[in-house]
Design a protein around this ligand. Structure first.
Ligand SMILES: NC(=O)c1ccc[n+]([C@@H]2O[C@H](COP(=O)([O-])OP(=O)(O)OC[C@H]3O[C@@H](n4cnc5c(N)ncnc54)[C@H](O)[C@@H]3O)[C@@H](O)[C@H]2O)c1
Length: 363
């Protein structure tokens, strides 16, 4: 079993990664939470619960928890305050106490809602992440960002609340639709580009194995990505500075999601396109060698087919980025690779350079 520790003083926790670990999640939770946790509320959706709910429930029951299940709707549109409110009501009705635990079984949507409710119910109770999408296993389950969407924007309501434990079973990815797996692989490529050239090369080499759900290849990939995220979060838990490098590919990625009303791209797919644009900007700005840019481009495109961007308007993409920039002190911030494995953050790029790079890459 691979174990990675996220060291954040009294908020430290372990990430465990291994095939069939789902069956041991209860025992691991018991170890992490101690004997004063009596109730475990498993939060999931119907899709994931049908696949893994029973096994997880058994494992928690065997570890001495009184287990209840609460299912939310499947999809980003259920990541909202109404869903959170329904869960608060359930927790109150079940008399869930401070020492009890919420267990998130599912992708990033389930994890974000579970974490947010756990952060706020009774001023904070513990929660365990059992992520079942590749994106959640390498990204959203680690780091303590939790939250829900508001009608006026994504992830606007939230809290930092670290999980008490993360249990990752790569076997659960076998049932994941290929498109979701590809989206996760784009986020994995992101880690390679920002911090680890060898990881990037391994993804390029093992792409077929990863796409074919080879458990060992996936476990290794997940472990390395979690390790990178853990080290970044340890140094910058609340995204003061360093954590911003995790946004590589996201400046344009977010804009692509927004201009297509979150209907065309999975998040990871938009990040894939965003990374291609960022690399093009870096090349044109003289920061990245042409062959490095081409290599990145080739690997991103080899992961799987990306939704088309051809019919989008440059003006709309630019506008969407400008709207996003308000959140970043009025400047467009780009994370740019200087080589595969190292990035810098630039906030003073000329707009024509950005425009022409988007045009050349996407339109
Ligand atoms: N908190 C963070 O740091 C952070 C980071 C990145 C993304 N996010 C959030 O994560 C969310 C996206 O997460 P996601 O990509 O996991 O999407 P998701 O949670 O919607 O899951 C994608 C789909 O896969 C299904 N699914 C999940 N596991 C499955 C399995 N093993 N087999 C078959 N189907 C399965 C789900 O039911 C869903 O339909 C977004 O809301 C995003 O804002 C949060």
């Amino acid at each position: 079993m691979k174990e990675i520790r996220v060291k954040l003083k009294e908020r430290s926790y372990a990430i465990h990664i291994q095939s069939t670990l789902l069956d041991e999640a209860g025992a691991l939770a018991r170890q992490a939470l101690g004997n004063n946790a009596h109730q475990a509320i498993i939060l999931s959706n119907a899709t994931v619960a049908a696949l893994y709910g029973k096994r997880l429930q058994r494992s928690f029951t065997d570890a001495g928890f009184r287990v209840q299940r609460f299912l939310i709707g499947d999809g980003e549109r259920y990541k909202n305050l109404q869903t959170a409110e329904a869960l608060y009501k359930f927790l109150i009705e079940q008399q869930v106490e401070r020492a009890d635990v919420v267990v998130a079984l599912g992708g990033g949507v389930v994890g974000d809602v579970a974490g947010f409710v756990a952060a706020t119910y009774l001023r904070g109770i513990r929660f365990v992440q059992i992520p079942t999408t590749l994106l959640a296993q390498i990204d959203s389950s680690v780091g303590g960002k939790t939250g829900v969407n508001h009608a006026l924007g994504k992830n606007l309501i939230g809290a930092f609340h670290q999980p008490a434990l993360v249990v990752i079973d790569p076997e659960t990815l076998r049932s994941l639709p290929p498109r979701e797996r590809h989206a996760g692989l784009h986020e994995a490529i992101k880690y390679g580009v920002i911090k680890d050239r060898r990881l990037f090369q391994r993804i390029a080499r093992d792409l077929d194995l990863l796409n074919g759900c080879d458990s060992e290849a996936l476990a290794q990939l997940i472990a390395r990505c979690c390790e990178i995220k853990a080290r970044v979060v340890e140094q910058d838990e609340r995204e003061g500075d360093l954590r911003r490098i995790l946004n590589f590919g996201h400046t344009v990625g977010h804009a692509l999601e927004a201009v297509t009303h979150y209907r065309r791209f999975l998040h990871g797919e938009a990040v894939g396109q965003g990374m291609r644009v960022a690399a093009r900007i870096a090349e044109r700005a003289g920061l990245l060698a042409a062959d490095e840019r081409q290599h990145l481009d080739e690997v991103v495109l080899r992961v799987g087919r990306l939704p088309t961007t051809k019919n989008l308007a440059l003006r709309d993409i630019m506008k969407a980025m400008q709207r996003d920039k308000k959140a970043a002190a009025g400047r467009l911030a780009f994370v740019l690779p200087v080589t595969i494995g190292r990035v810098v953050i630039k906030t003073d790029l000329p707009l024509p350079l950005i425009r022409s790079s988007i045009k050349e890459t996407l339109l």
